[in-house]
Design a protein around this ligand. Structure first.
Ligand SMILES: C[S@@+](CC[C@H](N)C(=O)[O-])C[C@H]1O[C@@H](n2cnc3c(N)ncnc32)[C@H](O)[C@@H]1O
Length: 168
């Protein structure tokens, strides 16, 4: 008989740590396809950043840093931050494997004002739209604003139309 031990993560933070640990371990299986998807996802963003005359980008929900690496390879001064300590442990290894040197640091959006060592022309996030309380949205937006250069931009993804109303 095989005994399975089931562990339920205590919250979002432990869940992301678990996901990134597993994905790092298995990356040989999915990475080639993921690079393709990430390049496709980033194409319109790079066009937008070029139009906005952005030179520096903080990828503030970078995960393992795939998009951060692509920002750096596209010539941007790129840094990556994330609330997951596990993601931030592995992200520099991915960057090194890809031949780019990037500063990654552990930070929730709300802590960026304290943890960033510089300001950026753009803060990018593919997770900002997942913030689920108004209080957190306000503190996160304030914190991001504090690390932007004058005229800097926050660029984030939004869920595709579907059932959402404009007010959502
Ligand atoms: C969809 S994943 C990021 C994927 C990654 N950008 C990529 O291209 O592979 C979302 C990330 O947002 C991070 N995250 C969630 N809430 C956060 C917060 N409050 N502050 C910073 N990062 C957060 C999670 O730890 C997770 O790594």
């Amino acid at each position: 008989m095989v005994r399975l031990k089931i562990h339920v993560c205590s919250g979002e933070s432990e869940s992301w740590d678990t996901i990134w640990k597993w994905l790092w371990f298995t990356r040989e299986v999915w990475e080639t396809e993921y690079w393709k998807e990430e390049k496709k996802a980033l194409k319109p963003i790079l066009t937008l950043l070029s139009r906005l005359r952005v030179k520096s980008v903080l990828d503030c929900s970078c995960g393992l840093g795939y998009k951060t690496v692509l920002f750096a390879k596209a010539g941007y001064e790129a840094e990556g931050s994330d609330a997951s300590a596990t993601a931030i442990k592995y992200a520099p290894k991915l960057a090194k494997d890809e031949g780019v040197s990037i500063r990654f640091f552990h930070s929730r959006y709300e802590e960026l004002g304290r943890k960033c060592k510089r300001k950026y022309d753009c803060v990018w996030s593919d997770n900002f739209d997942e913030i689920n309380t108004y209080g957190c949205l306000k503190t996160s937006a304030r914190s991001i604003y504090s690390v932007l250069n004058p005229g800097g931009k926050l660029v984030f993804t939004a869920p595709p139309g579907g059932d959402l109303e404009k007010d959502d």
